[in-house]
Write a protein that binds this ligand. Sequence first.
Ligand code: SOE
Length: 379
Amino acid sequence: MKKPLNVGMIGYGFMGRAHSNAYRQANRFFDLPYELVLKVACARQKEPLQAFAERWGYESTASDWRALIERKDVDVIDICTPNHLHAEIAIAAAAQGKMILCEKPLAMNGAEGRRMVEAVEKTGVANMVWYNYRRVPAVTLAKKLIDEGKLGKIFHYRAKFLQDWTISPELPQGGAGLWRLDVQAAGSGVTGDLLAHCIDTALWLNGDLASVNAMTETFIKERKHNLTGKVEKVGIDDACAFLARFKNGSLANFESTRYARGHKALYTFEINGEHASIAWDLHDLHRLQYFDHRDEGQVRGWRSIHVTDGDHPYMGHWWVPGLQIGYEHSFTHQVADFVQGLASGKPAEPTFRDALRTQAVLDAILQSAATQRWVAPEM
Ligand code: SOE
């Protein structure tokens, strides 16, 4: 019998489902040193919580996260709440010696994020942030190719995350499902929600950013608030675009919006290096596009690598070569890496400290947009 690793999940929304599915799958596809156990699901709303707990097979439910983090039979706290609760829960859970897996973005801002990093590092608890796209096999392969030097010196990094779900002015802000539109709960709009993913991937693939120059826009200025019933000012950014310089000398541009009609979750990036370029697209997530100038001229061209072979990252754990996997598997990979990190003593990334670098860039973007100046992230 493997030693159990008991999970206490806080929240039951979209991410609660994605993570629960990952905990369920991880031991079946990866040979892990601990057995993940869905011990407690915690939230204030009794009925939906009960339904969530039954569907995913949690042993019990709880309504008070403060009592949950004190429980001796819970090892890991998974924070799937709106962003404004991340810091308070994480800091309290660290003080109780719990391991913490926190949804992205780490915090509402850098100052909060720093307190979270201090808390986990002071008590030495294992910690990780759910920037899941790093573990899409094609993205992990991109990292491998860059680290092997296949691209050579990198000149350009381009990333976009486009959605279209908030275009209607009738859509309210706030409350379950719509807290991402409420600045009090989310901290920012697409910057913290979508660009945070692009930035996490970018820092991982291409190193730190030296400076950013951003613009943001809120297209719908007022929306009914679900918690007050009143029409209230919208405080989030609906769209954000920024130019940036990486410390390695490469130039970048990033764009994110929830107003790109026709695009549901189009996360794309392209990197151009001296010898080769790579491109990736979330809507075709199992493929990595690769162009290598060193190929023989007459057959030189963009290759579309179907990242499904046994020697591709993570793929040896799934079906047989050629059969692709999807979005949810990136979370399963993250759980597997986290558990393996516990056993090996080499923590899986991104840790809270890694995610704080992304948070510093988010702060710099918002500051740049407000002041219309170039801003250097405070790393
Ligand atoms: C927003 O719609 C959202 O669900 C983000 O919150 C996720 O982090 C992203 O992966 C998909 O889009």
